[in-house]
Design a binder for this molecule. Sequence first.
Ligand code: LLP
Length: 443
Amino acid sequence: MSLSTNQYIKPLTTVRNSKGNLEIGGCDLVSLADKYGTPLYVIDEKTLRNICHDYKKAFENYPKIRMMYASKALCTSAVAKILDQEGFGFDTVSAGEIYTVYKSGVDMSKVLFNGNNKSYDELSLALELGVGRFSVDNFLELALLNQIASSQNKVADILLRITPGIECHTHEYIQTGHLDSKFGFDLTQIDDAIELILNEYKNLKLHGLHAHIGSQIFETGIYPDEIEILAKEISRIDRKYNLQLNEINIGGGLGVKYTEEDIPPSTFEIGKLIVDKLHDVIEKYNIPEPVVFLEPGRSIISTSGVTLYTVGSSKQVPHGTKYVAIDGGMADNPRPSMYQAKYSAEVANHKECDELKMVTIAGRFCESGDILIRNIELPQLDEGDILCVYNTGAYNYSMASNYNRVQKPAMVLVSDSESDIIINRESLDDIVAHDIIPDRLKL
Ligand code: LLP
């Protein structure tokens, strides 16, 4: 089986050009750093479209698949536009994400609203904008959504988010499907929820069940296990309530390759396992072929993104670590400090010497824990060198902060030797834009 895009560390168009500089999407990374400044997020359009094609190919034998990009991984208007063009719907978790995809011109019936504590205002906005599915997480939300739908004279189309009790071996902060999780209805609470929907909540229409196991998953077996649980529940609900649910949402989670040690499965392998299991449970439980939602986030956008930094100061601890500082760090990529995440990097500009040295890449933020990459072998790094950190498309910009009142970086989209800004760099005025000095302090 051929490799899928999530199994590569670098964007597919990455090459060294005749000047010895790294190039992505036909754009020289040193020229990009020069033109737009650093830190700079770069998204390679070809890699992004390629993983979309991989997913579509992986599921071509199951026409009832609905691909929903988990926009929490990276939600910008241009990225939404590309995924919309690729035929994807969107998994959203906030008014901000819903509004972003809405403003990008997405057909809102292809949008799903997830989350464990959606507010009254968010649910109202989602209903007004015509969001296609609500994955209802808890009893309060059932009541709230029914009330809002009734006030808008609408029926909200829902799935029930359930906790299937499957553990996966990923970082504990990004596991969600195990029993002691803040997300979703416990299996023992499903019937109470269904009875409320059938008997009281007339403005809710239940279509199916939703689960999500976790993120950066390498174990292939969890998807069949999850499908087994969801299908079994669907057939049990049919028998008990004579209620035919014809949708299941199996969440996202497929991993990516941050370093050589990471061996994520391919979309094709996962696709085959999922489709085979679906056919299996359809026969076993004698249920109609369900519409199946998939919500990949990281595996869609991670590989297409890199971050460019400029090298600044360095420090050799006597008989110890050699620290090399770059002009970004934990505010533009909090993943190393939050999850001990590891990344791969290369020097983007041409370096004469190719003898490698062990260094630690330190961020510029005022915190000892702001280390971007610990112990990586790179050529001698000098002030002004451009460092390219790979696989930063997912959960970097989307989790970025203004820690130390540092402006968030710009983002460019590269394709066929063209580069376009898709997020402007924040200015110092943006930093103070929301500050107010009360009049009484102005005396
Ligand atoms: N669906 C649901 C309901 C989710 O909660 C998530 C991710 C996804 C889909 C997408 O999962 P993905 O395909 O991206 O693995 N900030 C963490 C990841 C948090 C994931 C939260 N939920 C990180 O940087 O590793």
